[in-house]
Design a protein around this ligand. Structure first.
Ligand SMILES: Nc1ncnc2c1ncn2[C@@H]1O[C@H](COP(=O)(O)OP(=O)(O)OP(=O)(O)O)[C@@H](O)[C@H]1O
Length: 245
């Protein structure tokens, strides 16, 4: 059982306060969805949680299983079981995706398996989310389409089996089959690993496949509404202005 607690988080970027006291608790096996208008601070929240140096936490704290992890290094947060799938992952040319995934595998599970065994395991996982051999053999995210990037990030998540995963718009730019595959991967880890999720999205369509326990609305740096699936439906129908009136 894991719990990520975000308590009264205030975050500034380039001297401007973006998050103004965000509190959120995510337990193992729970799916939380974070919605909100463009520029409300959703990505800033995910980057601040992971410890991006530009996103400065000026007040509040982040606890994982009761331990204060607010100021520890990003790689330590990853080691402790936090995972972030970026909204726009950056390309790293010169390092093959398969090389990264094999290195990740060895870091997590130890290097007792032969390289051939590891690569066949990675390929098997890749099939779940439609990441082809051609992509595995390319530079990391190099020339990947939007949907291919999203599928690849979910593949990384499947490999890493995090306690808590933050997925920043996993559904953007993904075709219908990709969306289904991503949703299945989310549910697979929830069921097999008891992973808890914070899923940032603009669209209700992912909720056709993944049932959220809670839907939160972030508006101008504050969570201004929390509800169930009906809240996402209401936002779809009435827009943020209509709902927040
Ligand atoms: N590195 C940065 N430098 C300057 N301003 C930033 C930076 N990162 C975020 N901001 C600003 O912080 C605000 C919140 O941005 P953020 O990306 O967190 O919003 P968001 O809710 O994820 O938006 P979207 O739905 O459009 O993805 C915006 O006004 C944005 O311009």
């Amino acid at each position: 059982m894991a719990t990520l607690q975000i308590e009264n988080l205030h975050v500034t970027v380039e001297g401007k306060e973006i998050l103004k006291g965000v509190s959120l608790t995510i337990n193992s096996g729970e799916i939380h969805v974070l919605m909100g208008p463009n520029g409300s601070g959703k990505t800033s929240l995910s980057l601040a949680i992971m410890g991006h140096p530009k996103y400065k936490i000026t007040e509040g704290k982040i606890l994982l299983d009761g331990e204060d992890i607010t100021n520890i290094e990003t790689h330590e947060k990853v080691k402790k079981g936090l995972f972030l799938a970026f909204q726009n992952p950056i390309e790293i040319s010169g390092v093959k995706l398969s090389t990264l995934l094999v290195a990740e595998y060895n870091r997590i599970y130890g290097s007792s398996n032969s390289p051939l065994q590891v690569i066949s395991f990675v390929k098997e996982l890749s099939k779940n989310v439609g990441v082809t051999d051609a992509l595995l053999n390319r530079g990391i995210f190099e020339g990947f389409s939007g949907g291919e990037k999203k599928r690849t990030e979910i593949l990384q998540m499947l490999l890493m089996k995090p306690k808590i995963a933050i997925l920043d718009e996993p559904d953007s730019g993904v075709d219908v089959d990709g969306l289904r595959a991503i949703a299945e991967a989310i549910l697979k880890l929830k069921n097999e690993n008891n992973t808890g999720y914070l899923i940032i999205t603009h669209y209700r369509r992912i909720l056709d496949h993944v049932k959220a326990d809670k839907v939160h609305v972030l508006y101008r740096g504050k969570i201004v509404a929390t509800g169930g699936m009906e809240l996402a439906k209401l936002i779809d129908e009435k827009g943020y202005e209509g709902v927040l009136k």
